[in-house]
Unconditional design. Structure first.
Length: 403
């Protein structure tokens, strides 16, 4: 296969990528950022009764026809402790915020507008209108009516609303399930001291963070050695478990130990593309098998993280029902860059601000795709199109912000 332009490769990857349709019930403590599946209809009415909005006295407005009206105090109502009697002519009930307004009363006088000469008497200093300082039953929402719309992303206030409406578990769109497999016989798990010729498997954890941020559920399938049977088995396991995207890291090139493409072809995966006209990340491959998609990322740290940002992130966003696109921004070069060849170059860079408030992209001095310590200091990918001419500081450039 020839090298595909980045834009065409991404378009192929996202073809027919629709939000997952699975629905799951999730508890209130795990709803943040989840997307609601269907309108949420209130099971309760809030408030369930006419409630006082202030501390004061529940009264009949008609009794207060002049200043300094004296009323007899017949009881008290507090939140969770209603007054069970009825307010009759020239009577009042001491009431606190959130308490049910007793029968017969149609207004609340705030305590600042009263005097209490003795325990059984209150003097109301000015008249009130009916309904004053009362929150009517159902003023917030009513049972049987929608309170949250299908597809809304659940944030703190909407989670609290769901709880108030009577829900402890809420139906949400299932996150796309992304299997992450780190391939290579040289890899050992973090925390393990590498032996001769071994290295610590690290890329998968950065990829998992990208998946989580994009709205997916990253599922580690661990390390798979350069063994055809082992790789075939982990693929079959992912297919049986209903994985949405099977992601491999490493083994994407064409060496004798790069087994990903040939093994997955044997498993029935149809490759949509293999090799993209980009630097780093040229060996990127993508395909699908029935309902499961496949994305093979290169093994070098910068290569795997760059391709995950530019390809895996928008794919997961699309499957999660989020807006999905690579977000190109415009800035100004802070240092000279050489002319480019036939591949798009995504240079690791930092973002700075000049004295005029302009966004300045400063490419990092070392761009080798194996340098994870360099990538960790980057804020952005400075985009150099294929065949771009050399550019000088102050010229306009494009970049992708790293999150």
């Amino acid at each position: 296969m020839s090298l595909l332009p980045v834009e065409e490769a991404l378009a192929r990857l996202l073809t027919d990528a629709e939000p997952v349709r699975r629905i799951e019930q999730v508890g209130l403590d795990a709803l943040a950022g989840r997307r609601l599946a269907g309108d949420l209809v209130a099971r309760l009415t809030q408030p369930a009764f006419d409630a006082s909005a202030m501390d004061g006295y529940a009264v009949r407005a008609d009794d207060l026809r002049s200043a300094a009206t004296e009323l007899r105090v017949i009881g008290e109502a507090a939140a969770g402790a209603a007054f069970e009697g009825t307010v009759s002519a020239n009577q009042a009930v001491r009431i606190f915020t959130g308490a049910p307004v007793p029968a017969g009363a149609d207004a609340v006088v705030i305590q600042e507008n009263t005097e209490r000469p003795d325990p059984s008497t209150v003097i109301v200093l000015e008249p009130v209108q009916p309904g004053r300082h009362i929150r009517p039953a159902g003023n917030d929402f009513q049972a049987g009516k929608p309170v949250l719309a299908d597809g809304v992303v659940l944030r703190p206030a909407s989670i609290a609303l769901a709880a108030s409406a009577g829900y402890d578990f809420v139906p949400v769109r299932a996150r796309p399930r992304i299997a992450i497999v780190m391939t290579g016989s040289e890899l050992v798990w973090p925390g393990t001291r590498p032996g001769p010729s071994q290295i610590v498997a690290s890329n998968g954890f950065g990829i998992a963070a990208i998946v989580d941020a994009a709205g997916g559920d990253a599922i580690s399938y661990g390390i798979v050695p350069d063994d055809r049977a082992a790789l075939r088995q982990v693929f079959e396991n992912a297919r049986a478990e209903g994985i949405d995207v099977f992601v491999t890291i490493g083994g994407a090139s064409v060496g004798d130990h790069d087994l990903v493409a040939p093994v997955l072809r044997e498993c029935g995966v149809e490759l949509d593309f293999w090799k993209v006209a980009m630097r780093p990340g040229k060996p990127l491959m993508a395909g699908r098998h029935e309902g499961m998609r496949f994305l093979g990322l290169p093994g070098n740290p910068a290569s795997s993280l760059v391709t995950a940002e530019l390809f895996l992130r928008p794919l997961v966003e699309r499957l999660a029902g989020r807006p999905s696109r690579v977000r190109y921004e415009t800035g100004t070069l802070g240092a000279a860059v050489f002319e480019n060849d036939h591949r798009a170059d995504f240079m690791r860079a930092t973002i700075q601000q000049d004295d005029d408030g302009r966004t300045v992209l400063m490419p990092l001095a070392r761009q080798d795709s194996s340098l994870l310590s360099v990538f960790a200091t980057a804020d952005a990918l400075l985009v150099r199109p294929p065949h771009a001419a050399a550019a000088q500081p102050g010229e306009t450039c494009e970049f992708v912000r790293l999150t």
